[in-house]
Design a binder for this molecule. Structure first.
Ligand SMILES: N[C@@H](CCC(=O)N[C@@H](CS)C(=O)NCC(=O)O)C(=O)O
Length: 363
């Protein structure tokens, strides 16, 4: 990409996936401007991309992109150095798996902490209204109340967080802090001396939610100061100076993350994919000791499962055998293939991130 004009990143200063993309763009030293998603901007973005999800990126040549996972993948082809997708095919596959897991599985705890805790909800609804709805001609208190109610209904109660599941949802966050803290005790980033896809996957929740929202930030400071430091390190990383080697292979200290993927995330993707095939709108799933009820079926997450399989299938013989051993050792192999033909029907032409966007929470 030779055009040096900045990308226009339509999103928000408090958004999970906008933060993920910004961390990546800063590391890659790709110039961008953030454009607040006011209702007018939102309507325009929706018309151009098919979804009002953020971030939505407008390229200098007039093309629009949505969905951070294929956006990063495409930007890597335009700005190959320094690569955030490891050159080693096994590491690349494992990084993609961890990116997808971190993107999707930490969403629920991130939204729960933000909207279930009153102090966090009051603060964040103010920030959202001030940034994105300043000119909506209604009293500020009404706008903030509307935002809190919408987010609680959609992303807390609507995503299965109840008195019965709340402790399990919070445990996902606390366990992740412990897992990352252990890894970061021996390396600056998850795979070595510079960030990779796995770092940017976790950066989504860890930066704009967990490190900045008061309740989870206090927990992070007390329990995992190494993670807090990594959040700042990732935000401050630059390809031109954050250099150095990656570890060899997939480090042993990734095992707890991989077991979580096999025991929780992939079974959840499978239940969602079965429900999609059965044309349900909602589904129940038991993960560990939590029974999540009436979760919205997500076509996007059927596509996530398909994409992980496609990345596996694309490996050459030797790394494919190594990836299979890794997946088997962590309980990921069986659930990766459990559902026969998930068939999301999304993006058959392989146009993502330039395809019509697909909202996460919608069948
Ligand atoms: N898979 C998408 C997810 C984007 C997403 O879910 N963004 C959230 C904000 S961080 C959003 O826009 N939600 C829509 C809404 O709340 O209306 C990505 O990676 O960009």
């Amino acid at each position: 990409m030779t055009d040096a004009r900045p990308l226009r990143v339509h999103g928000s200063a408090i958004s999970y996936f906008t933060g993920k993309l910004e961390g990546y763009l800063r590391y890659k030293e790709i110039p961008y401007e953030r454009v607040a998603m006011t209702p007018l901007v939102r309507a325009r973005v929706g018309g151009r991309t098919g979804t009002t999800q953020m971030p939505a990126v407008l390229l200098p040549d007039g093309r629009w992109m949505t969905d951070t996972t294929p956006i990063l993948e495409w930007l890597e082809t335009q700005h190959p150095e320094p690569a955030v997708i490891p050159r080693d095919p096994l590491q690349a596959f494992a990084s993609r798996l961890v990116e997808d897991y971190a993107d999707e599985w930490l969403w629920r705890p991130a939204l729960h902490y933000r909207w279930s805790h009153r102090g966090d909800a009051l603060l964040l609804s103010r920030r959202i209204v001030d940034e994105m709805m300043p000119r909506v001609p209604l009293p500020g208190a009404w706008k903030r109340f509307y935002v809190r109610r919408r987010q609680q209904r959609r992303y807390v109660r609507g995503d299965g967080v109840t008195a019965a599941t709340r402790a399990s949802v919070e445990d996902v966050y606390l366990r992740t802090l412990d897992q990352l803290e252990a890894i970061l005790a021996s390396r600056p980033f998850l795979l070595g001396a510079r960030p990779t896809l796995a770092d940017f996957g976790f950066f989504a929740s860890m930066f704009r939610h967990f490190a900045l929202d008061p309740t989870p930030a206090a927990l992070m400071l007390a329990r995992a100061p190494g993670v807090f430091e990594w959040v700042a390190r990732t935000w401050n990383a630059r390809g031109s100076r954050t250099l150095g080697a990656l570890a060899a292979g997939v480090p042993d200290d990734w095992s707890p993350l991989l077991r979580e993927i096999g025991g929780a995330y992939l079974p959840h993707l499978c239940a969602n994919a079965e429900a999609w095939k059965a044309r349900q709108r909602r589904f129940d799933v038991r993960i560990g000791d939590a029974l999540y009820r009436a979760l919205p079926v997500s076509r996007y997450r059927v596509w996530c499962l398909e994409r992980l399989r496609a990345h596996f299938d694309a490996l050459a013989d030797e790394p494919r055998a190594a990836a299979q051993r890794l997946l088997e050792a962590h309980g990921c192999w069986e659930p990766l293939w459990r559902v026969e033909r998930p068939d999301s029907g999304y993006d058959a032409a392989g146009a993502a991130p330039f395809a019509r966007g697909l909202p996460v929470f919608s069948a």
